[in-house]
Write a protein that binds this ligand. Structure first.
Ligand SMILES: NC(=O)C1=CN([C@@H]2O[C@H](COP(=O)(O)OP(=O)(O)OC[C@H]3O[C@@H](n4cnc5c(N)ncnc54)[C@H](O)[C@@H]3O)[C@@H](O)[C@H]2O)C=CC1
Ligand SMILES: O=C1[C@@H](O)[C@H](O)[C@@H](O)[C@H](O)[C@H]1O
Length: 338
């Protein structure tokens, strides 16, 4: 049984605790910590886990074999570094860290440790629809890819959500997905600002991002974070001889009162429910078999941060911003995770 400690017991922390305590096999949540002690105590009491006053104490505990970090982005670096220093595997929700400099510090620490300990929570790589899309691409049946159109729509966002988070918090999923889908790097970013939605308050919402890949493939991403009608994730690849798109996800299609409709998920927990399950089960199984994490690596977390930084610059300047990555350390090979 893998003994896991969870740092950050907010929205996604609770969801991952639920899957580790009642859905997945071979795992027990033995410890929790949150900067808000009331939340941590309620959770610890409910699931019978030890509550630690700080994430660092949780990481040091002998009752914790592996760590899951679900706290706010700016706090990820300190916990990932502490887990590496303790030699414990750490699953960190996205983003790996909020600056590329912080990601580089994590890469250095992991390289000094000498083997992979870190996995980043880019769950789209585990989603059945994205996996099917990648496999269609791989068979060559639509010919060489030329473009991809994506949409990332949230029904609404919390009050603390700022305009650049449409890139650093939201489109960062497409940044990782595109690198994985095409086995390629994003080399430049542009960001266009359409007419502003009146539903987004001060936010510049929606945004239109354009990624250039080193192969010449172009990827456009619409982010709309106040779309109201639900959580809608789309993707279509245009190839030389055909197109392939993420399919409809609904198990049921309703026709009534002059309407033909599929339900739309409320949020990411519903849309990516199965993907998170697969992501965590594969992580647990890899660690239990004495292996290393094989999903999105600290390198992937770093690359996403560099592209995301370029996106923020492109939004501020209105210019095309090139993406410059550091040299890829040997530890991360050229393998494509998940
Ligand atoms: N993969 C995905 O689809 C998703 C990933 N996320 C990521 O998960 C992380 C958490 O997001 P949410 O759960 O939505 O936020 P949240 O605000 O609901 O929960 C975060 C929790 O972390 C706690 N926390 C903050 N600083 C802390 C610290 N220094 N030490 C310990 N606990 C601390 C807060 O008190 C709170 O309970 C973010 O990095 C976010 O980007 C969130 C939603 C979906
Ligand atoms: O990661 C997530 C949130 O943090 C983010 O705020 C949302 O825009 C994404 O759709 C969700 O998957």
């Amino acid at each position: 049984m893998l003994q896991v400690g969870v740092i950050g017991t907010g929205m996604i922390g609770q969801d991952h605790i639920r899957r580790m305590t009642s859905v997945l096999a071979g795992v027990r949540v033995t410890a929790v910590a949150d900067v808000d002690p009331a939340v941590a105590f309620r959770t610890g009491e409910r699931i019978g886990a030890t509550v630690f006053a700080t994430g660092e104490e949780l990481i040091a505990s002998s009752g914790v074999d592996a760590v899951v970090v679900c706290s706010w982005g700016p706090t990820h670096e300190q916990y990932v570094l502490a887990a590496i220093a303790a030699g414990k595997p750490v699953f960190c929700e996205k983003p790996l860290a909020t600056t590329q400099e912080a990601c580089l510090r994590i890469l250095e620490a992991e390289a000094a440790h000498g083997s992979r300990l870190v996995q980043v929570g880019y769950m789209r790589r585990y989603d059945a629809s994205y996996r099917a899309l990648k496999s269609v691409l791989g068979t060559g049946q639509i010919g060489a890819p030329l473009m991809m159109h994506c949409a990332h729509r949230n029904a609404s966002v919390p009050g603390f959500y700022e305009k650049e988070m449409a890139i650093t918090d939201t489109a960062v999923h497409e940044i990782d997905m595109v690198r994985w889908m095409f086995d390629d790097e994003i080399t430049a970013v542009r960001v266009l600002t359409p007419r502003r939605s009146s539903l987004g308050g001060d936010l510049q919402d929606p945004l239109m991002l354009l990624f250039e890949l080193s192969s010449g493939v172009l990827v456009d991403v619409e982010t709309s974070v106040n779309i109201r009608y639900g959580y809608d994730i789309r993707g279509e690849i245009v190839g030389e001889e055909g197109t392939a798109a993420l399919g409809s996800l609904s198990p049921v299609h309703v026709r009534r009162a002059g309407l033909s409709a599929d339900p739309v998920p409320a949020d990411w927990r519903e849309r990516f429910l199965a993907a998170y399950d697969v992501e965590f089960q594969e992580w647990i199984d890899a660690l239990r078999s004495g292996g290393r994490p094989v999903g999105p690596s600290a390198w992937d977390g770093y690359a996403a941060a560099v592209v995301s930084d370029a996106g923020v610059l492109a939004l501020r300047s209105g210019e095309r911003v090139p993406v410059v990555l550091a040299e890829r350390p040997k530890l991360y090979g050229m393998e494509v995770a998940a």
